[in-house]
Each structure stands twice: as structure tokens, then as C-alpha cells.
Design a protein around this ligand. Structure first.
Ligand code: T1G
Length: 682
């Protein structure tokens, strides 16, 4: 099967790419395109060219698997130059997702026809790169800098309609009519009077003065610490200051430095890790997911309502049950409010809100779960309550219904044992806010059947979640590693560090928040019982003093009416007093020690999780922390970052701090890998 084929349609040469699954621009595809353009240029009977793709999409970009390997000719820029300088009109027929190098190929064409459902984008920045085949120089000339820069710096695709509106696409057509419309369009632009020169229009003159500095300032926080967005801005700015050829040279040199850098290696790791996470190891051949047509949810609180929205937005009917009407009404109100807020931002249409809300049924009677294919409980995080709920569900739900718990810590096997159908019990650990956070831990009980696992993973994809399989342990993958960090953060306070210093180390690492800022945001009184509180921990003392977090205007920090946080002398005194009573000497602690004491135990916990078979592969742990806890993606996640630091360095650091670490057991797997000079990720 040839990845590039050509066919004459009268005086039009139709060039078709066929390189499943996404027509990535591999070396073979590039060579085929180059040959086709040579054929078009030299054959006088050819008056115009259409470039199209078979399968689900136009070229979805360069072949990411080629990065990091010796480059193979012809390069993509060379192929695109051949298209642009063909001397005859070349028309791109775009369907699916024209992304990265795929859109750059289309930009080298003289015209672009798009199916109405197509999307177009330059997502290279998400891989720690920039469009390296002319995109930073051609796109601004076609659509103007104001439209081009956000597309390149955010990597977000635009719809075909928006592409037409900004001049990126000449014509929108019905999906089914794309091929013939593209050929007809090509025929319509054939002209003897003016052979095609370069396709480039030039909207650069529209660039407002000071545009780039204003953009840098407005986006400083969002792109802090990341090489690719900064390079994207520099490349597009070069388009406005340099002749085309020099701008291309600037783009190439920036691309070269990015592709060889650690941040792009990390982000390419994340790209493949996210796809690997969807795979369930050792799934028996032929295991098929079950159809899920109706979902039941117990609990209309923050979690229950957020979970419900995932299914409603995916067009899956939901039956939501609460114990009291008031709680049910409140829950429905929150769902509607969330949808209305999203619609107000223009992210969904009002009719989509009505459509989603129309799929929601409510009841006070568990009996209404009888026809559900899946029921998810989001009740109070107490084992006795969970077991009681599952006992009831077991009696009510139809045979073959899946019973899922949203527990974030508890033993899924113990919950499953409360039913007569442990094979049908699974953990679906959503992260709050459940309608926003992409991560879903799919917790496989000892008895959970492969078909239930396959169904849960397929459903996760259907509702737009990034799902990771976890085994059963306290806290599964994410929260177990979080607990390791929290233990050390608290220990560091007792030894003399202050909340703001610890948080700043985590912020400097690239997280959006530090552990104590997170605690204040979530509320320090989560799980705190005033009746039983006995000043046993700093957190209890803070709660007893009314310092329960942002919601009370003070927690580890003091908050003003705009919720700006400032370190609190009262908290420092509480910590010092608590440490003194505990006989802990206070000392100055360096940021480096804080960094090692927070992150190295997390890596060790990741190794223990792998040893115990809780996670299927190291990169799954990265996906959990990237999508559930804000680990900066440009460092790849805990295991990829550990590989970059060196496992030997991490083991040595853990041994240095061993006598200060809390509840610590050095992972034999980590030790062995370090001793053998191995990495987590191959
Ligand atoms: N190269 C190689 N393989 C790719 C690929 C690519 N560009 N895109 C997808 N795949 C594989 C993917 O690993 C998976 O493999 C299968 O295809 C299906 O993908 C010079 C330098 C197109 C929106 O960043 O966003 O161009 O797991 O599961 O959910 O300036 O794939 O089945 O073995 O994601 O339907 C820029 C990346 C590259 C687009 C489809 N392009 N791809 O999503 O399927 S850099 C991108 C996607 C570049 C130029 C620069 C998505 C998709 P497997 P999938 P999907």
C-alpha cells in the first residue's frame, strides 16, 4: 500500500495520502509528496493539484516517533517549499484535524478547502516545540498576528468556520462533498494569465504597535518557566521584523534548540504516556466493553453533581438519588448553575445546557436505579456507609449492572465484599471539581472482572477523562504519593521551615500551588471533628483557633477581602510553640533540602507503587500527577523527572535525609535501578 498515490482527474492531479491512523508526515509520506509535486511541476497536462488524505483526517502533523532520531530527507520544510513553488495552483482538501505539520502543508498550498467539521491547529507548543515547517512565518501572513499568535502559543485548534472567518480557509463544504468541491475549486483557479506565484498573502502590516510586549506581559504567568511558548512568540515576532527567508531561518534555529531540550522530551513523553495509560495490561483477548446507556449516581453533593455532569455532557442519561428533597434540589441547582456559567463564557450553547439538563432524572428512591447499567456512589467517605450503600445497590440493581465507588482512599475490595457481585464492583475515583478535572483513577479490585475494567476505561474516554488503572491500596496512586509529600511538608514545619517557604519551593518547581496554599483552599477542617480535636497536630490547633482556611479568611495564611494571601505571624508562633512542646529543635532549612525532602520521597513512593503492582507502568504515575495534581507537564511527571535527575542522585539524597524522613521505607526497586544505572522509563 502506497502512503502517497496520485490520480489524474482531467487536468487536475489528485494526490492522496494514506498513512493510518492519522496520516502523520513520516519520511515515506514526505518522500511521496515530494515525488508527486515533481510530477505535477513537470507534467504540462497537469494544470492544478489537489492534496487530500484518506482515512479519518488530513495530516495530523509530523511523525512524533521520528523526533530524537537522525533526520530523514526530504525534510518537511523542503516538501512544503516544493508545494508552494510548484508554479501551478495547489489546493488542500482538509477534513478531520489538520494539525502541526499538517496545517503547515496546507499553508504551503495556494488554497485551502475544508470540510465543515474539520479542525485546524498548530499544537506543537504542547510538545515543547514550535511549528518548525514555516507555520510561524506563513500563518501570521495569512491570518494576521492577532489571530496567529494565540493559535501558536496556546496550541488550541480552531473550527473550520473560524478558519474561514479569519481567512485561513477559502471555502467550507459539506464533509461528503469535500473531494469534488476541492477538484472543482482547483479547476476554477486555473489561469493562463497569471501563473501561480508564492501563495503568501501578507497581513503582517495589521500588527498593532507593541503587540508582542503586551502579549508577553498578559501571558507571563501562564508561560512562566516554559521554553516553547517564549520561542513561539519570538518566532512570530521575527515574521514581522525579518524577510521571509530570515524568519524561516530563525524559526529553524529555535525549533532545533527546543527539540533537543529536556522540556520537549518531557512533553513528548507525556503525549505517548497519556495514550499508553488507556491500555489495560493482560486483558484477555476479545474482551469487549459493555454498553452503558444509563448511569445512576448516589449523592447530589459537589462530587455527585460534578460526576453527573460528565455523563450528561456526553449525552448519557443520569438518575441522581439523594436522601432528602432539599439536598436533591440544591444539587440540581448547582449543576444548572455550572452549565449556565460555562454557557455564559461561550464554551457551550444554551441549547446544549437544556439538552444536558433534559437527560437528568432525580429521585429519593434507590429503586429507580433498577434499570441503570452503572451506578456510582459519591457518599460520605466512611467505610460503613459505603458498605451499607453497596448492600442496598446489590439488592436493587439488575444483573450485569456495574457498581462503582468514588472513594479516594478506601479499600475497594472491602466494599466489593459487601455485595454478591464483587466482579461487578470497581473504583471510579473522580477528582474535584469532577466536571473539570481530566483525571480518573479506575481502581481494579481483586475480583473486578476484565470486562468491567474494559467498560470503565472505554466509558472514561467517552466522557473525556484521562483514565489510569490503579490497584487497591490506601490512596491508590495519586493520593498515596500526595500523602508522602504532605508528611514531609508537615515535618519541615516542625523543624523550622515556614509555610510560605515550603510553598515557594513547590511554586518554583512549576506547580500552580504549594501544599499549604492547597490546604487553605480545600479547607483545613476537612475530616476535622471539633468534638474530638485535641491539638494533636498543627492543623488541629489551627482549626481550633478558627483558622480553617481561605473560607474563614485565615488558615496557614491570612487572607484579605480579595483573597490575597499573606504569611501570618500568628501561625508562625503556633508552629514554633507546637514544635517546642514536641521537643523539636528549630533550624534554618535550605530550599534545596526542602525540594529534596518533598520530591524524593514522592519518587520513592512511586517506586513502591510499581513494586506492589498498583500502577501498570511508570508513565501512568506521571499521567496521574500531571492531570490530577498540577505537576508541571514540561518536566514530564514524577518518574520522568526522576530519570532526568538520576535515580542514583535521588537514592543518595534519600539516604542523606533518612533520619529526618517520616514513615519512610526505601524502595528496593528504586535502589536496584539506581545501582544498575537504569531509568524508570526505558
Ligand atoms: N505522530 C505519530 N503518531 C501519532 C501522531 C503523530 N503526530 N498523532 C497521533 N499519533 C498516534 C497516537 O500515538 C496513537 O497511537 C494513534 O496515532 C491515535 O492517536 C514540523 C514538529 C490527531 C487529534 O501534535 O493530537 O507537526 O496509541 O489516540 O484521540 O511543525 O492524535 O494507537 O499506537 O491520539 O483520535 C504536531 C498529535 C506534531 C498532533 C487524534 N501534531 N496527535 O486523536 O487518537 S509536531 C500533533 C493528536 C509537528 C511540525 C511539528 C491526536 C489526534 P497508538 P490518538 P485521537
Amino acid at each position: 500500500m502506497s502512503v502517497i498515490s496520485t490520480k489524474r482527474d482531467g487536468d487536475i492531479l489528485v494526490v492522496t495520502a494514506d498513512n493510518p491512523p492519522v496520516n502523520a508526515l513520516s519520511a515515506q509520506v514526505r518522500a511521496g509528496l515530494a515525488d508527486a509535486m515533481a510530477q505535477a511541476s513537470t507534467d504540462d497536462a497537469v494544470r492544478a493539484v489537489v492534496i487530500r488524505a484518506a482515512g479519518r483526517t488530513f495530516f495530523a502533523g509530523a511523525d512524533i516517533t521520528e523526533f530524537g532520531k537522525p533526520p530523514m530527507e526530504p525534510s518537511l520544510p523542503t516538501v512544503i517549499d516544493a508545494i508552494e513553488q510548484c508554479g501551478k495552483p495547489v489546493v488542500a482538501a482538509i477534513h478531520g484535524t489538520a494539525l502541526g505539520g499538517g496545517l503547515e502543508v496546507a499553508l504551503g498550498c495556494h488554497h485551502r478547502i475544508a470540510a465543515a467539521s474539520a479542525k485546524l491547529g498548530l499544537p506543537e507548543v504542547k510538545l515543547g516545540l514550535l511549528p518548525g515547517a514555516g507555520g510561524t512565518q506563513r500563518l501570521p501572513r495569512v491570518v494576521g498576528v492577532a489571530e496567529a499568535l494565540p493559535m501558536i502559543v496556546t496550541g488550541a485548534p480552531i473550527s473550520a468556520a473560524k478558519a474561514q472567518q479569519v481567512g485561513l480557509v477559502d471555502r467550507l463544504v459539506d464533509d461528503a462533498a469535500l473531494d469534488q468541491e476541492a477538484i472543482a475549486f482547483a479547476r476554477s483557479v486555473i489561469s493562463d494569465d497569471h501563473p501561480v506565484s508564492s501563495a503568501r498573502t501578507d497581513k503582517l502590516a495589521e500588527t498593532p504597535p507593541g503587540f508582542f510586549d503586551a502579549y508577553r506581559t498578559a501571558n507571563a504567568r501562564r508561560i512562566k518557566g516554559q521554553d516553547a511558548p517564549q520561542a513561539c512568540i519570538a518566532a512570530v515576532e521575527a515574521a514581522t521584523t525579518l524577510p521571509f527567508a530570515e524568519g524561516i531561518a530563525k524559526e529553524r534555529s529555535l525549533f532545533k534548540s527546543l527539540v533537543e531540550g529536556d522540556q520537549s522530551k518531557a512533553l513528548r513523553h507525556v503525549f505517548f504516556a497519556e495514550r499508553a495509560a488507556a491500555r489495560i495490561d493482560n486483558l484477555p483477548e476479545g474482551t469487549q466493553p459493555l454498553p452503558i446507556a444509563r448511569v445512576g449516581i448516589i449523592g447530589a453533593g459537589t462530587m455527585g453533581g460534578g460526576i453527573a455532569m460528565n455523563f450528561l455532557s456526553a449525552g448519557i442519561p443520569v438518575m441522581m438519588v439523594e436522601r432528602e428533597q432539599a439536598a436533591l434540589d440544591r444539587g440540581v441547582g448547582i449543576i444548572r448553575k455550572n452549565y449556565d456559567a460555562t454557557a455564559a463564557k461561550g464554551r457551550i450553547k444554551p441549547e446544549q445546557v437544556d439538552q444536558a439538563m433534559g437527560l437528568l432524572s432525580t429521585s429519593l428512591d434507590y429503586g429507580d436505579f433498577a434499570d441503570c447499567d452503572l451506578v456510582i456512589e459519591a457518599v460520605f467517605e466512611l467505610m460503613d456507609i459505603k458498605k451499607d450503600v453497596f448492600g442496598k445497590l446489590d439488592a436493587i440493581c439488575k444483573p450485569g449492572a456495574i457498581l462503582a465507588t468514588n472513594t479516594s482512599y478506601l479499600d475497594v475490595d472491602e466494599i466489593a465484599a459487601a455485595t454478591s457481585r464483587p466482579e461487578w464492583v470497581v473504583g471510579l475515583h473522580f477528582f474535584s471539581p469532577a466536571n473539570v478535572m481530566r483525571l480518573l483513577e479506575v481502581v481494579r479490585g481483586a475480583r473486578t472482572s476484565p470486562q468491567v475494567m474494559a467498560t470503565a476505561m472505554a466509558l472514561a474516554r467517552r466522557i473525556g477523562k484521562v483514565a489510569v488503572v490503579s490497584g487497591v491500596c490506601h490512596g491508590f496512586i495519586g493520593n498515596r504519593i500526595l500523602a508522602a509529600r504532605t508528611r514531609e511538608a508537615n515535618a519541615l514545619l516542625m523543624e523550622g521551615a515556614r509555610p510560605a517557604q515550603v510553598d515557594q519551593v513547590v511554586l518554583d518547581f512549576g506547580f500552580p500551588m504549594g501544599p499549604f496554599q492547597m490546604g487553605d483552599l480545600a479547607g483545613l477542617d476537612l475530616g476535622w471533628d471539633p468534638e474530638k480535636s485535641s491539638s494533636a497536630t498543627i492543623r488541629e490547633v489551627l482549626c481550633e483557633r478558627g483558622r480553617r482556611g481561605q473560607k474563614t479568611g485565615k488558615g496557614f495564611y491570612d487572607y484579605d477581602e480579595k483573597r490575597n494571601r499573606t504569611p501570618s505571624p500568628e501561625v508562625d508562633a503556633i508552629i514554633a510553640d507546637f514544635a517546642a512542646k514536641s521537643g523539636k529543635e528549630q533550624r534554618m532549612i535550605s530550599d534545596q533540602e526542602i525540594r529534596e525532602r518533598l520530591f524524593y520521597p514522592m519518587v520513592n513512593e512511586a517506586a513502591l507503587i510499581l513494586e506492589e503492582g498498583i500502577a501498570q507502568r511508570p508513565s501512568d504515575i506521571d499521567i496521574v500527577w500531571l492531570n490530577g495534581y498540577g505537576w508541571p507537564a514540561w518536566t514530564g511527571g514524577p518518574t520522568f523527572w526522576a530519570d532526568q535527575v538520576g535515580l542514583d542522585v535521588i537514592v543518595a539524597g534519600l539516604q542523606t535525609h533518612a533520619d529526618r524522613l517520616t514513615d519512610f521505607r526505601l524502595s528496593p526497586l528504586l535502589q536496584d535501578k539506581a545501582a544498575q544505572g537504569c531509568r524508570f522509563n526505558g
